[in-house]
Design a protein around this ligand. Structure first.
Ligand code: SAH
Length: 369
């Protein structure tokens, strides 16, 4: 017998189909979506505009289940990081970043990551599996609920970035329904420009995203030429920069008023010279682009170092002088390992390579308090 259906991951269409399968009217979908996403209800019994018989039935065939927060840490700067348990062995991390009136939630899309970017902590963890739609949207649902319940002083969640663990464009079957729920008025009702998906450059995925659910796009570029990008972001060997930028230009036609963000992690003496900046500016000409410079965040075992502040400023000046809009991403939450590239969670790796690197200890590490 199949287990209960987790309604948390069902967008409007899926919810309608679910109620149709029970022989119920389509308007039940809207009622239940509002209970779940507007009122944060997890119990069918509380859904007082459904008849008693339907509520009892729902209790038997369905559930509303978010990942469970097993650790919750607050940074000196107000950034807050949760470790969410998603199954027996695995946990992912989610970060809330308050900034003035804006509250950004950084959400994970996979347990670990398979892309092996050499400067990213998540890569070291290996890959276990894709998160399902309920586990992705459940991070937002649970975080909003925890923030509301704890009477926190900061802003509500106004923006979502898929910039946590994993490569979202390698999990579109689950990411698209999760995005649908974030955008839907019956769900979280966020504007497209307030939801950003970041990719290491999975070109076919960029095209699918444009067709199925265009939201703001961020691309982890990190190098102006293929030789260097092949090393930093190995998926570049499959989808080199020209191919990637062509897909970005096509994507830009779908959301014409919005620029694509190019993320560029500043690695000391690796990709941070004025010459790199000049080459980057040339490559981006013709793409509606803005560049987001990210100071490198260190993690145990890394061989990279952060570029000095003066080098970063120089790099930015070169880009700006070439007419490329450039901002430097503020480092947030690094005291609790919540900054870009520091998310690690607990991943039971599936690949032999990672298991070997770890001396075949594939059991998860104990949970931090
Ligand atoms: N896989 C997607 C989603 C992750 S987004 C992607 O690559 O875009 C996380 C962002 O942080 C990416 O731009 C990533 O390149 C960047 N990043 C990774 N490791 C970092 C580190 N150690 N310091 C700073 N930024 C890092």
């Amino acid at each position: 017998m199949p287990g209960p259906t987790n309604l948390l991951g069902l967008p409007r269409e899926g919810m309608r189909e679910f109620f149709a399968s029970l022989g119920e009217k389509p308007f039940r979908a809207a009622q239940v979506l509002k209970w779940i996403h507007h009122r944060h209800t997890a119990s069918f019994d509380a859904m007082t505009d459904l008849g008693k018989a339907l509520r009892v039935r729902l209790d038997m065939v369905a559930e509303i289940r978010a990942p469970e927060a097993v650790a919750d840490r607050v940074s000196m700067d107000g950034t807050r990081k949760w470790l969410f348990r998603v199954d027996g062995g695995n946990c992912v991390e989610t970060v809330y970043i308050p900034d003035g009136h804006r509250g950004t939630l950084c959400v994970s899309s996979q347990i670990g990551c398979a892309l092996n970017c050499t400067f990213c902590a998540t890569a070291q963890q290996g890959f276990n599996r894709n998160l399902d739609a309920a586990e992705i949207v459940g991070q937002l649902w649970a975080a909003s609920r925890i923030l509301a319940d704890s009477g926190h002083p900061g802003p509500d969640i106004t923006n979502v970035v898929l910039m946590g663990m994993g490569e979202p464009l390698l999990n579109l079957d689950n990411v698209v329904p999760a995005l649908d729920l974030m955008l839907d008025d019956l769900g979280f009702g966020l504007a497209r420009k307030r939801v950003t998906l970041s990719t290491a450059g999975v070109v076919p995925g960029i095209r699918v995203l444009a067709r199925r659910c265009p939201v703001s796009l961020a691309v982890s570029l990190h190098a102006p030429d293929d030789a260097l990008r092949d090393v930093l972001v190995p998926i570049n060997r499959k989808y080199p920069i020209d191919t990637l930028l062509a897909a970005c230009r096509e994507f830009a036609d779908v959301l014409p008023r919005q620029k694509i963000t190019f993320e560029y992690v500043m690695l000391d003496a690796v990709n941070d010279t004025p010459e790199h900046a000049r080459r980057l500016a040339r490559r981006l000409s013709g793409v509606p682009a803005k560049v987001n410079l990210i100071p490198f965040n260190a993690f145990p075992g890394t061989r990279y170092r952060r570029s000095p502040a003066a080098v970063l400023e120089r790099f930015r000046d070169v880009l700006m002088a070439a007419g490329v809009m450039t901002i430097t991403r503020k480092t947030r939450g690094d005291d609790i390992d919540a900054a870009c590239g520091q998310l690690a969670g607990h991943v039971v790796p599936r690949s032999r390579r990672v298991a070997e690197r770890r001396g075949l200890q594939v059991a998860p590490a104990p949970l931090r308090a």
